[in-house]
Write a protein of this length. Structure first.
Length: 133
């Protein structure tokens, strides 16, 4: 069941899901299955258009998937793909993660997601907080 192909939107290729095969990255999904149980809370950092977030949602139907994507154009597709999947345990957030607040250049396909600078939000974990963990 997990990792079954979803119809996915992609700015680069409107028929993107046709290239995914019957199962989305079966080796990756098998690895994720060993690390997350059905009630797990997971982060998909750099969620892009949401294919991995959707696979994680299938693996963790009783859990929560937090998809973080800093590129606004990719976030739009991420949100559309989450809505199309009808998985209700995924939330999407538009910011970058790092060890300090500031600007970051995100590299993308120049015809789809050109490199730009975006202001990052306060990171979830800094060196000071990770030292206490």
């Amino acid at each position: 069941m997990s990792g079954h192909r979803q119809q996915a939107l992609s700015a680069a290729d409107p028929d993107y899901s046709q290239h995914l095969g019957e199962r989305f990255e079966p080796h990756t999904v098998a690895l994720l299955e060993t690390m997350a149980d059905q009630g797990a809370s997971v982060l998909d950092i750099g969620a892009n258009i949401g294919i991995t977030a959707i696979a994680l949602s299938q693996l963790c139907p009783d859990g929560v998937v937090v998809a973080i994507e800093p590129v606004p154009a990719a976030l739009t597709l991420l949100e559309l793909n989450i809505a199309r999947s009808m998985h209700t345990n995924i939330t999407a957030h538009n910011f970058a993660l790092g060890n300090s607040e500031g600007d970051v250049v995100m590299q993308g396909n120049p015809t789809i997601f050109p490199a730009r600078s975006w202001r990052t939000n306060t990171p979830f974990m800094t060196e000071a907080t990770s030292a206490r963990s």
